[in-house]
Design a protein around this ligand. Sequence first.
Ligand SMILES: Cc1ncc(C[n+]2csc(CCOP(=O)(O)OP(=O)(O)O)c2C)c(N)n1
Ligand SMILES: [Mg+2]
Length: 563
Amino acid sequence: MVDITDALIQALVRRGVKTVYGVPGDFVLGLFKRFEDCPEIEVVCTAGEEGAAFAADAEARLNGLGVVMITYGVGALKILNAVGGAHAECSPVLVISGAPGINSDRKGGSQPLIHHSVYQQGDFQTRMFSEVTVASASLNSAATAVQDIDMVLDGIKTFSKPGYLQIPRDRIARELPFPISSVSSPMVPDRMNVENLLTSDLHKERAAILLDWMRSRERPVVLSGVHIQRYKMQDLFLQILEREGWMCATSLTGKTLIAESHPLSLGIYNGAMTSESVNEDIRNSDGILMIGFPMQDIDTGMFTMDIQEEKLARVDMNSGLTWAHSNGEEAKDELLLPHLLLKVWSEAAPPRQRSLQRVSLSPKRPQGPFTPKECETTLSRVVQAVGAMLVDENTVLLAEVGDSLFASAALHLPFENSFLTSGFWCSLGFVLPGAIGAWFANKQSRPIVLIGDGSFLMSAIECAPLARYNVPAIVIVLDNEGYGTERPMIDGEFNDVQPVDHAMLAQAYGFKKAHRVTTEFELQAALTDVSTIDGPTLLSVKLGKFDFSDALMKLTGGLKKRM
Ligand SMILES: Cc1ncc(C[n+]2csc(CCOP(=O)(O)OP(=O)(O)O)c2C)c(N)n1
Ligand SMILES: [Mg+2]
């Protein structure tokens, strides 16, 4: 006979899930055992629940679905931050939580006091998760479990957002009254798949006018955002970009949505934080298409985009098309979403002349080799050394919020989909467990982790599973004696952190190698050493307390005004 857990496992395996991240607890132990016994799925245990959810988030971004499994209350509430992050960053994560049994935990009366529950609050947990997920269900009934599972998984896929399933512990082995095949609702077609989109004549007409406008520009530029990646538009987008020959910058959170070695790649655009060479290309452009680019503070450099409206057409997931024509007439169309526009454009005849031949913008080029000098190392030199010495086709770079993120805008990543960050939700704690998720998503990859000393202190426990699963991550701790990002806004002793011997700590957790780095020669030697080691390694790099990237200084200048 088939039970509720079989139905769940089969639904996950059918969708390609190979890894479930989590921490067990009594309400979910039965599920852990069943998942561990399933040959198609590996259970990966992190040190803390938040780490499991961040690992699932990283995998979700790379493979289209990530799964985290935790116990009721104490485990579940610990992942609310990470699941909120997955929601904000449009990452398709499934949360599976254990829960008190419907009958078995009722023995103390109708509202018994069960540990891990908020006293007399009923199903408080499902209510809490409803704020950070797009679909949720408690698998209370074997009769509806299959549909409930499909409904949540389809919701996750359609909206590229988290979903929530809760299984009361006395329902884990509850048998289904009928075979799965007889109840399985037909797989809902992927509504974001362009094949399924219906285009109206009005949309076709608007899209054609916009295409003509872009084609008639002397210096067209595309500013592309992370939604191109999250909503699986990359292939179509690139196909059109190449056909038209439009140069393209990406947002910071969308970094590597096109390979930075692509001849059409300009680099990162994020308002006033943009490097001068990219800024000049944008300033000189006479036709800018912003597509799949959420208008959030980090990607717009605190809303410091300086682009004249008449040069700009925006197509985004929230508001569709917003376009001030050059003739002064404004066009708005909420339903002309990026998918639809790209679909219509993909069917258009190629242009007679490729605009690439008309413009001379400056595609992004890798930094040169790293030649150490006789001096202490700085943040910008670390970034340069990492780019020159470590980055290759297997790299997945994970940049933690803080100057790790802002400085890494300048790091040349030649390959597509090789950058992960909690760049909008901006939670510290993402990158160490994220490296676990990235590696399980693709075991050919090598995670390179850039993390500040403050964040390392917060999340170092996740070094333990990095060692346990021998993840070949290279962790680079940028030690600037505290919460550097906050110092230019408001400084005080609250921004200092306890000095920690990161190298010793990493070794205590079971890392294969750890180095302390102060000078450029030490940096070169340490990077050379760790680059060949199979397993987790760490560099603790000493930086000046006020050694900040230019991008951070520009950003915090904007933020300071809001304090
Ligand atoms: C979970 C969480 N707590 C607090 C913050 C606020 N915050 C943003 S950056 C930052 C400083 C991080 O320090 P560190 O990791 O050393 O990086 P640095 O800024 O020095 O580059 C803090 C505390 C946050 N983003 N996330
Ligand atoms: Mg720091």
